[in-house]
Design a protein around this ligand. Sequence first.
Ligand code: AMP
Length: 216
Amino acid sequence: MELVFLGPPGAGKGTHAQMLCKKAQLAHLAAGDILRKNVKDGTPLGIKAKAVMESGALVSDELVNNMMFDAIRSLRGFKGFVLDGYPRTLGQAEALEKFLTGQKMSLTAAINFDASEKVVVERLSGRRGCPKCGKIYHVKNMPPKRENVCDVDGETLTTRKDDEPETIRHRLKVYHESTKPLIEFYRKRQLLQDVAADGDAPSVQKVLEKFFEKLS
Ligand code: AMP
């Protein structure tokens, strides 16, 4: 099963991709996570991407496309993948389609996480993450067992630099201008599945699992 997760930052794409991938043996390919790892490791890609990411703008299509194609090509032993936060522009969506056709693959569905601006801002400003294993928490909605400490490995949780209020506003603007048109792109291809994403994580996950059963 080859899925794309669409939606504004804070819609829950990462949280739900983590849960679904674990259950269904799918690879979770999160463009933002792969970019952040490159920044942390100081790779040539990370050096180019760092300032752009901190400002809340998008890294160039060419860099992100190549990065994601490499990630897909090197997958082994999974039953498919979830692309989380990719594609994010029409150019990326077209390039992905061409790439998958060349690999004799195609998308099963594009899941659109439909979340309101109010909910998204609240989620992003309370979001915390484990710098070691990547597990995502929320100070109110999904707190760790011990305050500010990862349940999995005991690391101190961190806040992403681009989750500051000013940068959140910019990221939402970028979403509306560059990424929202992908909803129509995938609807035209009859791949779009809308999921109401304002609810809490367990109820959204239930809806997703139903979709997943239907698609399998
Ligand atoms: P995310 O973790 O998905 O919120 O992504 C964090 C940041 O990484 C974004 O604000 C962008 O700067 C960059 N990024 C992630 N995915 C993409 C993409 N598909 N295209 C361009 N930039 C991206």
